[in-house]
Design a protein around this ligand. Structure first.
Ligand code: SUD
Ligand code: ADP
Length: 267
C-alpha cells in the first residue's frame, strides 16, 4: 500500500518559554501543503528499508519510519515489512518532512498490519518520535501549543489563494534555531489574527525564529522580501527555516528565483 505524506507550513510561530525538559513551549498554526513524499509498506519475510529521490542524511537505521516501526513493535506483535520511501520534500526545511513520513508511516502500518490503533494512540506514538510528528496523524489545520504536539482544530482554508514555496540552498538546524530565539509570551492571539483577512496578517502574524535566522542567513530574508516585491499578500519563513512561503492572489512570475532556489508552485 502506498501513501503520499505531505509537508506542513507554520503560519505564525511564537516561542513562548523554555520548559524544564529543555524543549520550548510554542504557539503556532500548522497548515498542510501540497508537497509530497511517497511511502510504501508491504508485508514481507524480513524488515527492509530502502529510499530513493532526495539524499537522506544519516544512517538508514535512524530514519523516522524505522524508528516508528521499532517503537510500535515494543508493544505489538508486528510482522516484518518492506518500507520504501521516495523523498521529495526538502530536508531540514521547516516543512516537517521527516515528521510527515513518521506520522503517515504509523497510519499505514496500522492498516497494513491491522493493528487497530486508535487515533489517540497513534498520536501518542508519533509524539515520542518528534514534536511535530503527531500533527500528521490528523493532518488538518490546527493551532498547536505546548511542545507543538497539542492541538486545537481551526477553520483555515487558503484554497482560494495561490501558495508558493521557495527553498534556498541553506540548512538551518532546528536545535540551532531554538538556541537563537528569546522566548516571550505573545501579547496577541494567533487564532484571532488568522481569522482576519490575509491582507492584515503582515502586520500581526510573525515567526519568532526569523529575527535570529535572518541575522545568520540574510539570503533567507532576501527571499521573503522578494516574495513581497512579487506581490505576495503574506510571506514568512516556515518553522525553523530555511523555506519561505508566499500567499498570492494569482500565480507570480518567480522564474528568476529558479536558478538559485528550489521553487514549488501551487502548494
Ligand atoms: C520548529 C518546528 C516548528 O513547527 O518545526 P520544524 O521547523 O523543525 O519543521 C518544530 O517545533 C520542530 O519540531 P520537531 O522537528 O519535531 O522537533 P524535535 O525533533 O522533537 O526536536 C529537535 C530539537 O528542537 C528543539 N525543540 C523542538 C521542539 C520544541 N517544542 N522545543 C525545542 O526546543 C530541541 O532542541 C530538540 O532537540
Ligand atoms: N523520513 C525522513 N525524512 C527526512 N528526514 C528524516 C527522516 N527521518 C529522519 N530524518 C532526519 O530528520 C532531520 C530533519 O528532518 P525534516 O523533517 O526534513 O526537517 P524539519 O524538521 O526542518 O522540517 C534530517 O536531518 C534527517 O536526518
Amino acid at each position: 500500500m502506498i501513501v503520499f505524506p505531505n509537508a506542513k507550513i507554520n503560519i505564525g510561530l511564537n516561542v513562548v518559554e523554555l520548559r524544564s525538559d529543555g524543549y520550548h513551549n510554542l504557539e503556532t498554526v500548522f497548515y498542510p501543503i501540497k508537497i509530497h513524499d511517497a511511502l510504501e509498506v508491504v508485508l514481507s519475510d524480513e524488515l527492509r528499508f530502502t529510499s530513493s529521490g532526495n539524499f537522506l542524511p544519516g544512517n538508514a537505521a535512524d530514519n523516522l519510519c524505522l524508528k516508528a516501526y521499532h517503537l510500535i513493535k515494543k508493544e505489538h506483535d508486528l510482522p516484518p515489512v518492506n518500507i520504501h520511501l521516495h523523498k521529495n520534500i526538502p530536508i531540514g526545511a521547516g516543512l516537517g518532512g521527516g515528521s510527515a513520513d513518521a506520522g503517515f508511516f504509523i497510519k499505514l502500518l496500522n492498516e497494513v498490519c491491522e493493528i487497530g490503533l486508535s487515533t489517540e494512540t497513534m498520536q501518542n506514538y508519533a509524539r515520542q518520535l518528534g514534536a511535530d510528528c503527531a500533527f500528521f496523524i490528523g493532518n488538518k489545520p490546527v493551532f498547536a501549543f505546548e511542545k507543538g504536539d497539542r492541538f486545537e482544530e481551526i477553520q483555515l482554508d487558503l484554497a482560494a489563494y495561490y501558495l508558493v514555496l521557495v527553498m534556498p540552498p541553506i540548512h538551518v538546524s532546528t536545535a540551532e534555531a531554538y538556541g537563537g530565539v528569546k522566548p516571550v509570551r505573545s501579547e496577541s492571539d494567533l487564532r484571532s489574527a488568522l481569522k482576519l483577512p490575509v491582507e492584515e496578517w503582515k502586520a500581526l502574524v510573525e515567526n519568532n525564529f526569523e529575527r535570529s535566522v535572518f541575522e545568520h542567513h540574510p539570503q533567507i530574508k532576501a527571499v521573503k522580501e522578494a516574495l513581497y516585491q512579487q506581490g505576495a499578500i503574506y510571506a514568512a519563513m516556515s518553522g525553523s527555516g530555511a523555506s519561505v512561503f508566499g500567499i498570492f492572489n494569482k500565480k507570480p512570475d518567480l522564474q528568476k528565483f529558479e536558478q538559485a532556489n528550489q521553487v514549488f508552485y501551487d502548494v
